[in-house]
Ligand binder design. Sequence first.
Ligand SMILES: C[S@@+](CC[C@H](N)C(=O)[O-])C[C@H]1O[C@@H](n2cnc3c(N)ncnc32)[C@H](O)[C@@H]1O
Length: 426
Amino acid sequence: MSPSEENPAIPAIEHALRYWTQEELADRVGRQARTVRRWISGESSPPSYIAETIRRELARDERPRQPDFTFIDLFAGIGGIRRGFEEMNGRCVFTSEWDSHAVKTYKANYPDADDIAGDITQIAPSDVGPHDLLLAGFPCQPFSLAGVSKKNSLGRAHGFLDKTQGTLFFNIVNILKEHRPKAFLLENVKNLRSHDQGRTFEVIMGSLRELGYQVHSQLIDATPWVPQRRERIYLAGFRQPVDLDLQQLTKPARQPVLGDILHCAEENAEEPYTFAMNGVTVVNPRYTLSDHLWRYLQDYAAKHRAKGNGFGCSVFGPEDVTRTLSARYHKDGSEILIAQGRGKNPRRLTPRECARLMGFDATGAQPMKIPVSDTQAYRQFGNSVAVPVVRAIAKVMVPRILCPEKYPPREVNESQTKLSLGNAAA
Ligand SMILES: C[S@@+](CC[C@H](N)C(=O)[O-])C[C@H]1O[C@@H](n2cnc3c(N)ncnc32)[C@H](O)[C@@H]1O
C-alpha cells in the first residue's frame, strides 16, 4: 500500500489483514476483493471511512485475536484516547468512567466494553488487572500539603508520591505502583504546568519519576490535525528509557480548515442535526442563535472590549481554525459560532460537527454514534481529546512499548537539556 500518513484507512487495513484474508476484508467492508487488492497494491486509495468500518467489524468479530499489547482506559470519557491505541492492535482490558452519559456514548461506540467500572477512587488497584499501558486524561486537582506536614511532624521522610494523596492522580499512581505497566500516557489541560504556581506539575513529574519511569512531557496543539486550536499537555512514560521526541509527530500535509468539518448541502441528512429540504441538506435552525442570545453576546462582548478585556464571542468562517471547544459549549456556544451570511444570526456547531472537529469522524465517513442529548454530547466532546493527535502519539509510542531495545535513549549533554525544557525527559 502507498504510505499515506493522513489516511487512517491504511493502518486499519494493515491491521485487519493480520486477522482476515483479503476476501474476508472485502466482505466485511462491502467491497469487491479486487478493489481491496488495488488498495493494497497502492493502485487506488481506500476512503478514510473504511477505518471506522474495520474498527466496528473487528469489534464484532468473535474469533480470538492476539493483541500486540493490552491497555487500560482511565477517566475514559467517550474513549478518544482508547481509539488511537486500539487501532495499533491494542486490547482494552479495563475501563473506568463514572459519568453515566459518557458511558452510554462509550458503550455505543465500543460494543465490546460491556463492563465499565465507575468511580476510580472506589476501585482497589489489584482489581484492575495487569496491563502493558495505562491511559488517562485525568482531571487536574490541587495537591494538599496537609497530610505531608503531619508526616513531617512525626519525623517521617516524604517524597513526591506522598503529596498525591487524596487526588485522582493518586489513584493513577497506585495502579502504576501495583502493576508496573511498561508505559503510560497521561493527558491534561495546558494549565497543568502552571497550576498552583507549578507545584502540581512538579509533584506529578516527581511522583512518576519516583516510580521509576522516564517521562517525556510535551505541549501539543491539535491545529495541524483538526481545524481547532487545542493545546494539551501529554506525559508519555516508559519503564525502560527510550529515545522519543513528541515534537516530531507525523502531521498531515495540509492544514485542515473549518469548512472541512461543517455540514454541506450534498451530505446525507442526519436528524436532528440536519434535514433534507428541496433536495439539499440543511442545518436544523435550532442551532441558530435566537435574536435575544445573539444581542446579549454582542453587548457582553462590547462591554468587555470597552474595559480592555477580551471576551470569547467568536464567529468563524469556512477558512478559519476555531478556538478550543470546551465542556461549557452547551451553555451559549459563544466560543465557536459559525457565520451564516448577512442578515442571519450565527449558529452553534452541531454535535456531529463537534465529533468531526475533535477528529472522531471525517466528513463523509461512517459517523460515530451519539446516543445522548445535545447538552451531554457537547460536554463529552469538549472534555475529550483530538483523536488524530492521540493516533500520532500511539504510532510512536507503541513500537517503543513493544521493542524498547530498538530505541535506546540518546546521550543528552547539558546544553541540549537546557534547550529542551518543553520536552523534559527524566
Ligand atoms: C477530561 S475527561 C477525559 C475524557 C477522555 N479522555 C475522552 O477521550 O473522552 C475526564 C473524565 O473523567 C471522569 N471522571 C472524573 N472523576 C472520576 C472518577 N472519580 N472516577 C471515574 N471517572 C471520573 C469524568 O466523568 C470525565 O469523563
